[in-house]
Design a protein around this ligand. Structure first.
Ligand code: ADP
Length: 450
């Protein structure tokens, strides 16, 4: 594909809209901010070459409204749309509309998004491409109750029922034994139909103590696909990531390279284009694919810190049809990086805490990076995700990075709203974070015991 463009419409908000805008500007690209009413004062709106209000606060009528976004592209003369993460970033129908309008969707082809957006077809495609998957069939469930129960027995309890169209940590239910199976499936199906418009559910083995390890990939439209190292995102609450790091501690570099190579080969197999992430579970020395994200991820920053690459710039360049000049041998991981997701939320209840930020002190110093759209006086609207900043720390090794992270967390101050800063400060002083290699349950166990 040859797809020159000089103006990019940013169909997102918050820190990622600003992050994308910075990458565009560094490449000499003009930016269009397509924003919802409450974001009119946002920095990326102020810096944009053209800013267009696309609707009211409700995301359904702004950031999730394909027609409003396409109209803004037409009105502004943007030739490309960057969807960021969340919102319409993994919506194959939207990507197709962008393609059909003759514009560049900054991401993979819409067919690839559709393939990966259904976790069952994704698993089937990845198994065919030689990626190890969590035990369980890559098909929907049999209608016959006897066959269904036999299937769960074959996988072996505990199993997990997952919505094929699920995302954001929702649409999953652990089933401990046969007596729970029918009810769990009924609830998961109903939830999936309501939340994702797709009632299809599948079963796989519930791994008891895995870590969440993911491989970052980057592919151009000319057959080059690279893997850019791995991240560990095991520290989660309700299947939502809280603290991430790169590289995953305690996993041999050659084991990561082996799975990384397979992921890059799978990208070549399916003609993948752009940035992407293979999400895997890691247990007892083995990797198991769970899903692929076909967009830039929140935690791309830790990979940037250890590889020295600007992933969003590279994403824009391959979307423009450029050939990657990088070779796999050029990719080196230097030191270690952590990222804390700073959310506007009550420290105990985790309920969102919107409002006006009256004081904002940002940390600094060597190896410290803060990706945020906030400052003193900013307002956190109640309508969107509660993440307000990402605090990233890099160091020559894991303990140096962690030491910098502790200092930075102590320096950072947010007044006027509640945040999870105190939780992060405690977390980075626990033995399980200091030791590294905690599993996906560690954070919830810590919260339950605290
Ligand atoms: P989502 O698309 O909602 O993010 P994922 O499939 O990526 O859902 O899973 C999110 C998290 O749920 C994983 O990081 C892991 O903590 C947990 N999880 C998913 N599948 C399994 C499984 N088979 N066994 C154990 N935990 C799982």
């Amino acid at each position: 594909m040859s797809a020159g463009f000089d103006t990019v419409l940013i169909a997102n908000r918050g820190e990622i809209a600003l992050r994308i805008q910075r990458a565009c500007r560094a490449l000499g690209l003009r930016t269009v901010a397509a924003y919802a009413e409450p974001d009119r004062e946002a920095p990326h709106v102020r810096h944009a070459d053209i800013a267009l209000c696309i609707g009211p606060a409700a995301a359904q009528r702004s950031y999730l409204d394909p027609t409003a976004i396409l109209l803004a592209a037409e009105a502004s003369g943007a030739q490309a749309i960057h969807p960021g993460y969340g919102f319409l970033s993994e919506n194959a129908g939207f990507a197709r509309s962008v393609e059909e309008a003759g514009l560049v969707f900054i991401g993979p082809r819409s067919e690839t998004i559709a393939l990966m957006g259904d976790k069952i077809t994704a698993k089937r495609a990845m198994r065919a491409a030689g990626i190890p998957c969590v035990p369980g069939p890559d098909t929907g469930l049999p209608d016959d109750p006897v066959a269904l129960h036999a299937l769960a027995e074959t996988i072996g309890y505990p199993v997990i029922a997952k919505a094929a169209g699920g995302g954001g940590g929702r649409g999953m239910r652990v089933v401990a034994g046969p007596e729970e199976l029918d009810a769990a499936l009924a609830v998961t199906r109903a939830e999936a139909a309501r939340a994702f418009g797709n009632p299809e559910v599948y079963l796989e083995k519930f791994l008891r103590h895995p870590r969440h390890v993911e491989i970052q990939v980057l592919a151009d439209a000319h057959g080059t696909a690279l893997w850019l190292g791995a991240r560990d995102c095991s520290l989660q609450r309700r299947h939502q990531k809280v603290l991430e790091e790169a590289p995953p501690p305690g996993i041999a570099a050659d084991a990561i390279a082996a799975i990384g190579e397979r992921c890059a080969a799978a990208c070549r197999d399916i003609g993948y284009r752009g940035l992407g992430t293979f999400e895997l579970l890691y247990e007892d020395g083995a990797f198991y694919f769970i899903e692929m994200n076909t967009r830039v991820q929140v935690e791309h920053t830790v990979t940037e810190m250890v590889t020295g690459l600007d992933l969003v710039q590279l994403q824009l360049r391959v979307a423009r049809g450029e050939k990657l000049a990088l070779r796999q041998d050029d990719i080196a991981v230097q030191g270690h990086a952590f990222e804390c997701r700073i959310n506007a939320e009550h420290p105990q209840s985790f309920v969102a805490s919107p409002g006006r930020v009256t004081g904002w002190v940002q940390p600094g110093g060597p190896g410290i990076r803060v990706d945020t759209h906030m400052a003193a006086g900013s307002v956190v609207p109640p309508y969107y995700d509660s993440m307000i900043a990402k605090l990233i720390a890099h160091g020559a090794d894991r303990s140096a990075a962690l030491a910098r992270l502790r200092v930075a967390l102590d320096e950072m101050q947010v007044e006027g709203i509640h945040t999870n800063l105190a939780l992060h400060r405690r977390l980075v002083r626990t033995d399980f974070v200091a030791g590294g290699g905690a599993d996906i349950h560690a954070l919830e166990q810590f919260l339950a015991s605290a």
